[in-house]
Write a protein that binds this ligand. Sequence first.
Ligand SMILES: Nc1nc2c(ncn2[C@@H]2O[C@H](COP(=O)(O)OP(=O)(O)OP(=O)(O)O)[C@@H](O)[C@H]2O)c(=O)[nH]1
Ligand SMILES: [Mg+2]
Ligand SMILES: [Zn+2]
Length: 344
Amino acid sequence: MSTVNDGRPDKSMSELKLEDLGWTAYIQQCGESADALLHKHAESFPARVVIAHGGTYVVLSEHGRERALLKGTLKRAVRMGSSGKPIVGDWVCAVSPSHSGAVVIEDILPRVTKFSRSQSGEHRSEQIVAANIDAVFILTSMNEEFNLRRLERYATQAKVCGVPAVLVLTKSDVVSARNEKKYRNEVEKAIEGVPVHTTSAVTGKGIRELLRYFDVYKTICLLGSSGVGKSSLVNQMLGDERQQVCDIRDDGKGRHTTSHREMLMLPGGGLIIDNPGMREIQLWDAQGEAIDDTFDDIIKLAKQCRFRDCRHLNEPDCAVKEAIASGKLQEERLIAWHRLYDRE
Ligand SMILES: Nc1nc2c(ncn2[C@@H]2O[C@H](COP(=O)(O)OP(=O)(O)OP(=O)(O)O)[C@@H](O)[C@H]2O)c(=O)[nH]1
Ligand SMILES: [Mg+2]
Ligand SMILES: [Zn+2]
């Protein structure tokens, strides 16, 4: 397991500009509220959180890469389980310390976007995965791990969070061209209006195309189960074996190699967030239009069901069931729909 690089000064970072960290795009969206907070704290400067892991914080700013500590009041908020703790991607208001080595995080600047999911456990609560991101890459590998329903969940959650998604089908080197096409078609059919790419970290296929997204989106967060190849993709983009990759022969099962979330700067510009694989994505704030959009086909059919509140189970004159019987709709679509709604 890799340990947290706790932010010893990095010479290559000494020329860092706020612009490289996405400040301009952020401040355009955020406006005066961020400036006001910065002015409130004397001598403070903006910094961006790249690691927030078990009480260890690392930030990037014009001063480079530094370890950071929380101010007392923030620490208390964190202890009380408040959502007020800094997360990866956050812009914070930082001040340089007088003697100890670390900078102090005084405040968290407003988040313009966030990707959340529902935390598993007895009580559902929001878990914010990353803040101030401009897009997400949702990864799945083209092997036995491939799971359309999970992709749908991620895509739906991205929509709920108002963040554009790009679907990435990885490990194209392990499938035939014909099967690759099959996977791609299946995804394009199920999830409309979201770009789909196929990539390989072995041959380098598709990496350049993905890098182009950073021309538009400054900060992109990687999502997907353990073992789909998130860190391998990051290494390809960095042109460096920076992120640890599980090097045991791939058997389609994940092994949870990446231990903590981290935001990394790409040499050609842009920031990418590598995540430890998630077991399950559960929707947060799942009511609303985003889900309906993903299930356009069912929504449209449901308007013709006899009962307005038809659940498409055993009701008479159910247009959805009829469409399945006549082959117009795949039964898997309805199963996915039920999985999503029955959970709520
Ligand atoms: N054949 C092939 N193997 C790949 C590819 N990308 C990743 N792998 C292998 O898949 C395994 C998992 O890759 P990782 O990059 O560690 O996956 P991850 O998504 O970061 O996993 P976690 O950190 O556990 O979430 C490793 O054995 C990689 O070598 C690829 O494009 N082709
Ligand atoms: Mg990883
Ligand atoms: Zn019905």
